[in-house]
Structures are given as C-alpha cells and as structure tokens.
Design a protein around this ligand. Structure first.
Ligand code: 6AU
Length: 337
C-alpha cells in the first residue's frame, strides 16, 4: 500500500473511487504516513483543505498535533490507507474530536480486525473471494480436498502430491493429533498453501452468539482463509468472521435453509464467500460448494455420496475418496475430469 505513490494513475483512480463513498465534508485529514498521499490527492482534486495529525508517541512535546488550518464546525473526514486494529485511526480521532466535526473515516483497505465503523474500498473478504476465483480458473480446478486424517504428517504428505491440483484444503483442526506431531502443523500447511497456491478452510461450523464466535474466530484467523458457519446464526455473529461459508444444507440429513442462508449472506456481503450446499443457490455472486461427493453414488454411515458428475455447483468437497485411496494423485485427476 505504501508503494501506491509509485503508481500515480492507480493512486488517482483509488482516490476518485474512495471520494465517491464519502458524505459531504469541508476538510480532509490524512493519517501519516499511509493516509497522506491519498488525502492530499482528494484535497487537491476536489478542493477540500487538508490537515494532518502528528503521531503523539513520537514525542513532539509542546508542538501542535494538528497541521493545517481548521475551524471547529468544519465537517472532517479522516483518511488512512489501511485499517488493521484501528490503533492509529483511534489516535487521530482522539486528537481531532474536540477540534473539528468528524463526519466519517475512510480507508483503502480494511483488514477487518477492528470494530471501528469505516468506509473502505476493499476488505479482507474481497481478497479471499478474488483469490478463490483466480485459483479456480488458473488451475482449472473445482476441487476442495477435505483432509480429515488424524495424523498431520499424512496430511502434509498427501498435500505435497496433490496440492498443485486443488483450490482449497479443508481441515477440522480439532480432529488432528497435534500433540504427537513434532513440527508446527499450521506453519507447514501455510507453506504448502503458498507453494502450491491453494486456500485453507477450517470447517468449524460456528453456531454461537457473536460474543463467543468473535473469540473463537480470533484463535484461527491468522491461518484460515475460509470458515464454515451455520445458517441459523445472527447477522451480528456473521459480522465477526471473514471468508464465511454458510451451511445451507447437509449431505447426511434432509433439510434446507436456502432462504435464510441467502438473506443472511446478502445482509453481510463483506463477511461471506458462499454456501455449503447440495444445490446451487443465489445468482452467482456467492460461490456454492458441495460435500458428500465421491466417484460413485453410495451411502457410508450417514454420509450420502453423490457421483461427482451429478454435482453442478462451483466446487466439490472430497475427503475419504482421495485420502483412503492407494494413489491420491490418480484419484484427484479423475475428479478433475
Ligand atoms: O468426503 P468425506 O465424506 O470423507 O468428507 C466430507 C467432508 C467432511 C464433512 O465434515 C464435510 O465434508 N461436510 C460438510 C461441510 C463441508 O461442512 C457439510 C455436509 O453437509 N457434509 C459434509 O460431509 O469433512
């Protein structure tokens, strides 16, 4: 983001797009350094005077903390490049709150790790959606590998062979025997996901109130791109996660929360990627992923397998048919045919 100044045309179009999202205002405040170039562009282009705040921590002593001219009634927009936890934006708010009339805060990229309400051009969820779409088309693969083996080493070994063919690797972290594994499984998994270009999904099926899901998600956010969540959660719960996949229906029992799922997803577009579902729902903005898939139709315990050729959603999720086979690579190629 800091390199944006090296791409003036890009900086300009980003500035124009961000400006369109802003309410009426009189002055604009850039948060140094990241927010300054974009705030200056908007200031000059749209004739809105610029101010900026100094960093309190850097000990400017008695010097003033706000540079530029302003009046108390000025409607002010605070601009930064990225919001992560929101620390520097909070600091800017603190400095400005009694000096001007703050009407909004806007950033180019929202990492979605803060509760502060900001306008933004892109967020973490957009990046996940974009990457999933690109990986699928680059690899020509609609395959999600469900790595439900207890032995982490076995997962790593299989991924070394099939990583290049899959779009996503899905795990249930709470089923793994991590105590007896000598390496850091998550680190290994991330390395493989980078080398072979696939996303990581934690199949947690969140189902609690937002206060709890927020805590649960914090424990896994650093390594998971996608995460499953039940369709009966509240929109507030959904707002605590990114890369969400709403369980619309299950492969083992006959129910469908189609309407709920779609309404829920529509209400939180910045938190949802799509659905885990047996049939396609929605208009294509949200992706549809289908588990309970094998080379042929069959029943195993309560799992109902469909033949992969019968599934018409965007992705198939396949576990045992791959990892229980003698040659996972050969089987993966069959699923991709
Ligand atoms: O191919 P399998 O049967 O070995 O594995 C299927 C995987 C498992 C299940 O937890 C999961 O898909 N699953 C899900 C998901 C993804 O949420 C929903 C569902 O309805 N059925 C299902 O099997 O990891």
């Amino acid at each position: 983001m800091k390199n944006l100044i090296s791409y003036p045309k890009l900086l300009k179009s980003i500035g124009d797009e961000l400006y369109k999202k802003l309410p009426d205002f009189d002055i604009i405040c850039g948060v140094p350094y990241g927010g300054l170039p974009i705030a200056l562009y908007i200031s000059v282009t749209y004739n809105k005077p610029l101010i900026f705040v100094r960093d309190k921590k850097k000990g400017y002593g008695m010097q003033k903390l706000i540079e530029g001219e302003y009046k108390k009634e000025d409607r002010c927009i605070i601009i930064d490049d990225v919001i992560t936890t929101g620390g520097s934006i909070k600091e800017a708010h603190e400095i400005l709150k009694d000096e001007v009339n703050i009407v909004d805060t806007a950033v180019i990229f929202n990492r979605q790790e803060s509760d502060i309400d900001v306008k933004f051009l892109y967020c973490r969820n957009d990046v996940i959606r974009y990457r999933l779409k690109n990986i699928k088309s680059d690899k020509n693969s609609n395959l999600i590998f469900s790595a439900d083996l207890e032995d982490p080493q076995k997962i790593i070994d299989i991924l070394e062979k099939i990583g290049k063919y899959i779009s996503v690797c899905k795990i249930h972290i709470d089923t793994l025997d991590l105590d007896n594994y000598e390496n850091n499984f998550i680190e290994e998994l991330i390395k493989l996901s980078v080398n072979h270009n696939f996303l990581i999904m934690e199949d947690r099926k969140f189902s609690d109130i937002s206060y709890i899901v927020e805590k649960q998600y914090k424990k896994i956010k650093s390594w998971t791109d996608l995460v499953t969540v039940h369709s009966f959660v509240s929109p507030e719960t959904l707002s605590k996660i990114t890369g969400g996949l709403i369980i619309e229906s299950m492969s083992n029992i006959d129910y469908s929360f189609g309407k709920n799922s779609l309404e829920l997803a529509e209400s939180k577009k910045d938190n949802v990627i799509g659905f885990i579902t047996q049939k396609r729902i929605g208009t294509g903005f949200f992706v549809c992923m289908t588990p309970g898939v094998s080379l042929e139709e069959k029943k195993e315990g309560d799992q109902n397998y469909r033949n992969y050729k019968e599934v018409d959603t965007d992705f198939i999720i396949v576990g045992r048919a791959i990892y229980n086979s003698v040659d996972p690579e050969e089987i993966v190629k069959k699923f991709l045919n």
